[in-house]
Design a protein around this ligand. Structure first.
Ligand SMILES: *[C@@H]1O[C@H](CO)[C@@H](O)[C@H](O)[C@H]1NC(C)=O
Ligand SMILES: *[C@@H]1O[C@H](CO)[C@@H](O)[C@H](O)[C@H]1NC(C)=O
Length: 490
């Protein structure tokens, strides 16, 4: 029978409170001992079952006549749902519980019951009440809390580019108890609204709408809805891709300004973006129909053989349901290839200037590279004997300690990988100044924005604590010493 209890136990955190509760009540009431032991609170879900345990203790001189379970859905309404009499047997007077309640044991000392096929409306207070002689009625009450997992859903709303803030995504946690909370994680600008609706059975539906002023750049961006609720082990998360519709925009690419008579297979591409993707892309000439030497395949226009018929203006037009966009390109056909046409003098001058620029750029690049190389070699303290800490002046002592913490605050470092810039330290005298953390450029950002948002939301800023564990031992010893000793100088 005892194992039977365990097998049907519902929500674990509260199940073991009944002894504790009884003890507390005993202590509170002093001499007047609580004779009817029940659990204080139970939580359960619809469609499942719950065991309401009850036991009469210290039966010594007390004569038990009969026991009843009384249900109080709201204050003042008392419904008898189960009665046990040693001679007359079991009775279930309330119709709505009649087929759902059983006594787990057929004894007066342990009239525990099980209610199965639970409903949200079964929530309330359940009192195990004994009729005894000579002390009269004895009772104990259990509060049954009905919980409900929310039904979560989220969807993006297709919108058009515009200048007003509109709903672009929706998220809903329906019929939950207790009410769920909804959060949004997004890199696009915008805000959200929240609304709740109470269901008839004590459940709550929470809805949230994400709004922004939609631009073409927002199309395809992600927003994430996160639903948290007591009955969920972890937050429910769904990412949504925004759909912002906008008319096409078009540009022609591929023209190299070197169309000469006789050149073959030159290509122009009409690049068009839009949401929905442009359904039709058309090539035309400003002056009339396309010449015979031109072949069009989707957005690609090929001139098989360049002649003066393509010394003209090409137009590309893209359409979707929100509009059309066109761009035109004037081509200039020469008799001969352009590099031949160019005077040798002009070519030489241009070449000379370009060469000089290139040479200067190269030198600057080499200088930077060498400097960087030198810094990297001298940089990390592990390649260098520790600085003479004791010999340093007091200002030096003040300046140095600020370096290791700032190096590790901006981002978590993986073990064995320390970025440390000894020349980058600024004379920061306030050791507690956390805001100076961003000064050091040595530590690369490890998380991208969205991942960081998730981490922050889920775990808070624990990086600061972690980072101290990742410091190199070498850096710790030399720098750490001065860090400690600096306290004496301040
Ligand atoms: C949300 O943004 C819109 C415009 O983008 C603004 O009109 C509205 O007041 C904002 N609502 C809240 C709650 O900030
Ligand atoms: C090509 O077109 C340009 C105008 O775009 C015009 O000035 C030029 O004379 C044309 N060349 C020939 C050979 O038709």
């Amino acid at each position: 029978m005892a194992t039977d209890y365990v097998a049907h136990r519902r929500v674990s955190p509260v199940t073991n409170t009944w002894l504790v509760a009884a003890t507390i009540i005993l202590a509170a009431q002093g001499i007047v001992a609580q004779k009817v032991r029940v659990e204080e609170t139970l939580e359960a879900y619809p469609a499942e079952s719950v065991d309401l345990r009850c036991q009469f203790v210290d039966g010594g001189g007390t004569k038990l006549t009969q026991v009843s379970w009384i249900w109080e859905p709201v204050d003042g309404q008392r419904d008898n749902i189960a009665v046990f009499h040693p001679t007359y047997g079991q009775s279930f007077p309330n119709l709505s519980f009649k087929d759902r309640v059983v006594f787990l044991q057929n004894t007066l000392e342990n009239p525990s019951i099980r209610i199965s096929n639970l409903r949200m409306s079964d929530a309330g207070r359940y009192t195990c009440e004994y009729a005894t002689y000579p002390s009269g009625n004895e009772q104990g009450t259990t509060t049954l809390i009905m919980l409900a997992k929310p039904k979560n859903s989220a969807n993006a709303v297709t919108v058009q580019v515009g200048s007003k803030s509109v709903v672009v995504a929706k998220c809903e946690a329906a019929d939950g108890k207790p009410a769920a909370s909804i959060k949004w994680l997004a890199t696009v600008g915008g805000n959200h609204s929240m609304s709740t609706t109470n269901g008839p059975d004590g459940t709550v539906t929470v809805r949230s709408e994400y709004r922004l002023v939609p631009t073409a750049a927002d199309d395809g961006k992600e927003v994430t809805c996160m639903v948290e609720q007591k009955t969920q082990e972890r937050p429910w998360v769904q990412s949504l891709k925004l759909s912002v519709e906008y008319p096409p925009s078009v540009y022609i690419e591929g023209y190299d300004s070197n169309w000469y008579v006789g050149r073959s297979d030159v290509v122009l591409l009409c690049q068009a973006t839009g949401n929905p993707a442009p359904s039709t892309i058309t090539w035309t000439l400003a002056s009339g129909p396309l010449p015979e030497t031109v072949v069009v395949e989707n957005n690609k226009l090929t001139v098989r053989k360049v002649d003066y018929s393509v010394n003209t203006t090409f137009i590309c037009e893209a359409k979707n349901k929100h509009g059309a966009s066109r761009q035109q390109l004037s081509t200039f056909v020469t008799e001969e290839e352009r590099k031949m046409v160019q005077g040798p003098q002009t070519g030489a001058v241009i070449g000379g200037i370009l060469g000089a620029l290139l040479f200067i750029g190269l030198i600057v690049g080499v200088i930077f590279f060498i400097r960087k190389l030198q810094q990297d070699v001298e940089g990390p303290p592990k390649h260098k004997p520790p600085p003479p800490v004791k010999a340093g002046s007091s200002t030096e002592m003040l300046n140095k300690p600020s370096e290791p913490p700032t190096a590790t605050e901006t981002a978590p470092l993986s073990p064995g990988e320390v970025y440390y810039e000894p020349t980058g330290g600024e004379p920061v005298t306030n050791l507690d100044d956390e805001s100076s953390g961003a000064l050091n450029g040595g530590a690369p950002p490890v998380l991208d924005n969205s991942a960081r948002e998730f981490n922050d939301a889920a775990a808070g800023h624990h990086n600061d604590l972690d980072s101290s564990n990742h410091e190199l031992p070498a850096a710790n010893i030399s720098r750490g010493e001065s860090f400690v000793s600096s306290a004496m100088y301040v």
